[in-house]
Every structure is written in structure tokens, then in C-alpha cells.
Design a protein around this ligand. Structure first.
Ligand SMILES: [Zn+2]
Length: 309
């Protein structure tokens, strides 16, 4: 399943930002040697890992930059989809329900060889959290000194079950659950309003007013999973807007905009968040999402974010 097929699925529209990021990294050959794709079951993290393997090793790739994609039909693409490509290894739990240290060692051995046919060897470890601590320890050394021409993608619904040392070696891409992934208009309006308010003021007290908007719809309990999910949808919408701002500020190209239907708002935001500030804001939103994943209080995250934007 190439990237485009993932984005075409209505339920995965929200993955456009992530898929664009992956496509661009594959195109520029800047994909990190190890990654975590996290997301609940059905969110498409495993499919995205396979699409990444295809985009890397496709024999007739299409497009450039964020549009880079596999063809989906060549011998490499079809063999990857069938799990039969010599350079793409998928490791998953066996009958015991866990991934054994032998499976991990075998994958490490194979990752050490040069690719047989493709550009890079890709090792996809699905349900990576089912690796015992011992197996994760065996993997850690490889993550610290990754063999050249190989990419490890750890797919997991429970990234926090991975050893902290493993987590710290692997940049994480979060695939939101289906409902959150869909374009959420309310969330986008809130995100847009907060970005506008923050852009209009450098004073902390006024910015902290904007944090209240960001907390809209949360019960204020600050600890509930539902509050964090609500807040997370606001932040996902904000990340999506900021990604569009980055697109517009670098090449004023409307193709690939996730929020093309609110173009005048995007143009206004681009004036405030172009260049380095936009990048800083994008990074701040990402940090806020990580904090929410780690069960931080929604209020603390909202207050921190409006000051960091
Ligand atoms: Zn292909």
C-alpha cells in the first residue's frame, strides 16, 4: 500500500502530515536509521511502515519531495506487500505472543548485510512492545550503532512499554486514532484562534488567556484520558495548520495543503509564523503532544505551549 493509498482512505486523512514528512525524508535520503511508529490498533502505523519500505525500495518511484511515493505495482512493491522481499524483514510476535531474543538477533544479523536488491534494508518490528526487555537490550546496541543502509521501524500501540533507552534512540511518529485523525473542524477553529491570539501578543498574561481556548472541551480535571484526547485533537489540528504555513512560506504552493479550504486564514497565519518561528512553533506542538502521551496535565501543557509558540 503506497503512501497515497493510506491518505486516500477517509479514516486516515489526518495522516497527511506524517506521510508527507516520510515521503520527503525518503526522497532526500534523510530517513533516520531507527524510528518508532506509534498508534492504536487500526490507526495505520504498520501500513505506513510497509509504505515506507516500498517508497525506499520501489523500482520505479514517482514524484519528488512530499509527493515521493512507491508505484505499488513493480516487482519490489508487490513482494514487499507479500512479505517476500529479501531486503524487507517483518518481525512480529510468534505463538507465545512475544518477540524472542532469537528473532531480534536474526533480524540484526540480516540488517548487517548490504541490500540484495533494494536501496536500504528495512526491518519492521511490529508490536515492538512485545519484545522482552532482554530482546530490547539486544536491539539497543544496533540502534546505537546502526549498520549503514538499514532502517529499523518499531511499530507499537504502547510506545511507553519500550525501554527508555530504546525510545531515546528512535524519533517517534504518532499516528492518531481514526476518529482523531479525521479532519476535526472544531479543533481546527480552536487551533487557529489560539495561533492568532498568540501571534497578536508577546505578553505572558494575554497569551495565557489563549491557553483557556486550547482547553475548550476538556473537563478541567486535567488528568483524564478524554481530556488529553480532546487536547490532542486541538494540537494535531495546530500541527496541520503550521505544516501548511511552512509549505506556503517556502514556496507559496497550494498543492499539498491539508487546509486549503481555509486559505485566507492560512495566509494570515503565514505572515505571523513564517520561517524560523513557524518551525519553532511546530516543534513546540510536537513536544506538547509527547507530553500528553506521557500523561502530563492538559492545563500545564496548554500554559507551556502558548508561551513557547
Ligand atoms: Zn514499485
Amino acid at each position: 500500500m503506497p503512501f497515497q493509498d493510506i491518505v486516500d482512505l477517509e479514516v486516515h486523512r489526518g495522516h497527511r502530515r506524517l506521510v508527507g514528512l516520510l515521503a520527503r525524508s525518503v526522497d532526500r535520503d534523510t530517513l533516520p536509521p531507527s524510528l518508532i511508529f506509534s498508534g492504536p490498533a487500526g490507526a495505520g502505523a504498520r501500513e505506513a511502515a510497509i509504505a515506507t519500505a516500498q517508497a525506499i525500495n520501489c523500482l520505479s518511484p514517482k514524484g519528488r519531495g512530499e509527493s515521493r511515493d512507491a508505484c505499488g505495482t513493480c516487482a519490489a512493491c508487490t513482494r514487499i506487500a507479500r512479505g517476500a522481499h529479501p531486503d524487507v524483514l517483518i518481525v512480529e510476535p510468534g505463538d507465545t505472543g512475544s518477540i524472542s531474543v532469537d528473532q531480534v538477533r536474526d533480524a540484526i544479523d540480516r540488517a548487517g548485510y548490504k541490500p540484495f536488491e533494494g536501496r536500504r534494508r528495512v526491518v519492521i518490528i511490529d508490536d515492538a512492545d512485545s519484545m522482552a526487555a532482554y530482546a530490547q537490550g539486544a536491539l539497543l546496541k544496533t540502534l546505537e550503532e546502526p549498520p549503514p543502509s538499514s532502517v529499523f521501524i518499531l511499530v507499537t500501540a504502547r510506545p511507553d512499554m519500550l525501554l527508555a533507552t530504546v525510545q531515546s534512540r528512535c524519533p517517534r511518529l504518532r499516528f492518531p486514532a481514526t476518529e482523531e485523525g479525521a479532519v476535526d473542524t472544531d479543533a481546527r477553529e480552536i487551533a487557529q484562534r489560539v495561533l492568532d491570539q498568540v501571534a497578536a501578543s508577546r505578553q505572558p498574561p494575554e497569551r495565557l488567556e489563549a491557553a483557556k481556548d486550547l482547553l475548550a472541551g476538556t473537563g478541567g480535571s486535567n488528568t483524564g484520558a478524554e481530556d488529553r484526547a480532546q487536547m490532542s485533537s486541538h494540537l494535531q489540528a495546530m500541527a496541520s495548520l503550521l505544516r501548511d504555513v511552512e509549505l506556503l512560506s517556502t514556496r507559496a504552493d497550494a498543492r499539498g495543503l491539508a487546509n486549503a479550504d481555509v486559505r485566507p486564514d492560512l495566509d494570515r497565519l503565514t505572515k505571523a509564523y513564517h520561517g524560523e518561528r513557524g518551525l519553532r512553533a511546530f516543534t513546540a506542538v510536537d513536544r506538547a503532544l509527547v507530553a500528553l502521551d506521557r500523561n502530563a496535565s492538559v492545563k500545564i501543557v496548554a500554559d507551556w505551549l502558548v508561551l513557547a509558540l
